[in-house]
Design a binder for this molecule. Structure first.
Ligand code: HEM
Length: 599
């Protein structure tokens, strides 16, 4: 025992030291191993990210450019990393900040690069925006193919998704694909059918009456100070009216929600789309995670987004409350109405019904996203159509008078049109067409190619972002003749349309949108203000009916001329063509007494 103790004593210290050494060295070894492991991981990551950066940012765009050049398609000089952003920025710098010629193509001021590149490098040209390869298709036939016969090879573009998802999450109707899009389209489409739109007629007339009353007051005030005409800010009054109409027709009369809240959402959506659009057109998009940097603009963006979501949540819960109250009410039960009709028959109602009663997998947050998207896609282009139409009629008094005479003839003694006589306003259709052609509210549509395929004589590589430049196509002398830049609504008279022997019985705008939805061959095919194919604008009939109705009401009461304070400067606002310094018109009362008495 003693020996054992002895010996134990003799080697215990050693054992202890050995233990410590073992422990130290184990820790060191582990640390060393971890260190080398981390170093290996970091260097691998570094190498992988360098290789993938090289591949995605340099090699991919370069090889795509070479691929297209070999097919005879050219563009501005290839630049790694930043692409042709410097050229694009230079072109935009050349656009005069103040004013412009009324006779020039307004859309040229917004999509300058689309005009210049397609004029310089041909109908099909390529350029890079950062590392994204973009192809301009200033060829009507190929553009149409992208939306129709070749639509299966394309998806909504990453650029569109970036804008939409920054404000409304992923997978809304504007950017959804496949089954997800189909389901949303099926849920919302009934709200845009003719019978439902007819039901909205009186709501639109009511809002139109408000605008007429407001402008009449302006005339009375002007008369008080001995002026024979009043100046009105069309760019302020029209969007206010249209926002009210479109939002109330798509979301119903949202009880408990202030008009100012609706306007705040509209404002927030415009601000946010503008921010993301500017990021895409500038260098900021090239900096990873830039949208998370706490810059003043980004902070403002987050604040506005939060406020917007709050208002939208209130709209949805107000509707749910009404629906729940109605569900419990005996009146509904007695009337034997469908339970689901309590949600309402507008877009919001359709979505809530699908979420609560239907077989869809729509969630509450998706309903909110769709609501946001409606603010994005609806009222601005519709306002712009009415605004630019009024400006063009003010600039072209002969057409203004012809349109007014038609309104007087169709309406007779009535102050407002009836649903059925809207179709008789043929000149109005022609005027709206011509406005959409010269001032396309959506100047370009983009798609990303998802597979390699043949488009005409060109082989398209996957990942190419294809631009359908409606603004350029609408100005093409080859399509529209030497006077393409002029406001000439009579080019839309059915007898003047080149129909390749397939005459269309429908009137101008209807035929144009119908042709866009089908593959029919006639000259309307070159006109796609509402897009085409499956993804054609869902609200096109609502927009057309609303603008036609309001224009008829306004022409009936007022005459318009351009105010000396108007400065012609169409410019980019979000993704649309906005009047940069507003649209100021002078208005006077029209004497309808003769018309009224003869009818
Ligand atoms: C003059 C007014 C309008 C114009 C010029 C216009 C134009 C367009 C265009 C060009 C597209 C196709 C975009 C693409 O293919 O990428 C589109 C899509 C769409 N528009 Fe309109 N729009 C107008 C008014 C409206 C209104 C009033 C609503 C609804 C109330 C609406 C709802 C939509 C929706 C939901 C889509 C997406 C359709 C889909 O992808 O399935 N639009 N619009």
């Amino acid at each position: 025992m003693a020996l054992l103790n002895e010996s134990s004593r003799s080697w215990r210290p050693y054992e202890a030291d050995h233990d410590i050494l073992l422990r130290i060295s184990r820790r060191d070894i582990v640390d060393d191993e971890w260190g080398s492991f981390l170093t290996a991981v970091c260097s691998t990551l570094l190498v992988v990210s360098m290789v993938s950066t090289f591949y995605w940012v340099l090699w991919k765009p370069y090889s795509k450019r070479r691929f297209y050049e070999k097919q005879g398609i050219s563009g501005p000089v290839f630049r790694p990393f930043i692409g042709n952003l410097p050229e694009i920025r230079e072109l935009h710098r050349g656009v005069p900040k103040l004013g412009g010629q009324i006779s020039e193509s307004p859309a040229r001021r917004v999509g300058t690069e689309l005009f210049v590149f397609s004029e310089t490098y041909g109908k099909i040209s390529v350029f890079e925006q950062g590392s994204m390869t973009r192809m301009i298709l200033a060829d009507a036939k190929l553009a149409k193919d992208v939306l129709l016969s070749k639509a299966g090879y394309y998806k909504k573009s990453v650029l569109t998704s970036e804008v939409v998802s920054a404000i409304a999450g992923h997978g809304s109707i504007l950017t959804a694909e496949g089954g997800n899009w189909k389901q949303k389209n099926q849920i919302m489409s009934p709200a845009f059918r003719h019978t439902f739109l007819k039901g909205l007629f009186h709501q639109i007339v009511e809002r139109g009456d408000d605008l007429v009353t407001k402008w009449q007051k302006a005339i009375n005030n002007a008369a008080d100070i001995k002026q024979d005409a009043a100046e009105v800010a069309v760019d302020l009054d029209v969007p206010e009216t249209l926002l009210d109409i479109i939002i109330r027709t798509t979301f119903g009369s949202t009880s408990g929600i202030e008009g100012s809240d609706i306007y705040a959402v509209h404002d927030a959506v415009n601000f946010m789309t503008g921010v993301v659009g500017n990021r895409q057109r500038g260098y900021a998009r090239l900096i990873p995670g830039y949208s998370f940097f706490p810059t003043a603009t980004n902070i403002n963006f987050w604040i506005k987004k939060r406020a917007m979501v709050k208002v939208l949540k209130n709209i949805v819960s107000a509707r749910m409350k009404v629906a729940n109250d109605l569900k419990g009410s005996s009146i509904i039960a007695k009337a034997g109405s469908r339970q689901s009709s309590v949600y309402g028959s507008d877009v919001l109602g359709m979505m809530l019904e699908a979420m609560n009663e239907g077989n869809s997998n729509m969630t509450a947050s998706q309903v909110l996203d769709e609501c946001t998207v409606f603010f994005l896609a609806t009222d601005s282009p519709t306002s712009l159509l009415l605004m630019w139409s009024l400006l063009l009629l003010a600039q072209n008094p002969d057409w203004q008078q012809r349109a007014r005479s038609e309104v007087q003839e169709v309406l007779g003694a009535e102050d407002t049109p009836q649903v059925d006589n809207l179709a008789n306003l043929k000149l109005m259709d022609m005027i709206l067409n011509e406005t959409l052609r010269l001032y396309p509210p959506v100047p370009a549509i983009t798609r990303d190619a998802s597979e390699v395929h043949q488009l005409g004589s060109v082989t398209i590589a996957p990942g190419t972002n294809v631009i359908i430049p409606m603004s350029v196509l609408n100005q093409s002398k080859e399509i529209w003749g030497q006077d393409a830049h002029l406001f000439k609504p009579d080019r839309w008279e059915v007898k003047n349309l080149h129909t390749n022997g397939k005459n269309s019985a429908a009137d101008g705008l209807n035929a144009a949108t119908a042709a866009a939805a089908t593959n029919s061959v006639n000259s309307f095919n070159n006109f796609m203000p509402f897009g085409g194919g499956n993804r054609i604008c869902l609200g096109r009939n609502l927009a057309r009916m609303t603008v036609k109705l309001l224009l008829a009401m306004l022409l009936r009461r007022f005459s318009f001329s351009v105010s000396p304070s108007y400065c012609h400067a169409p410019g980019r606002g979000g993704n649309n063509l906005w009047p940069k310094f507003g649209v100021q018109l002078l208005i006077k009362n029209v004497d309808n007494s003769e018309v009224t008495s003869t009818n």
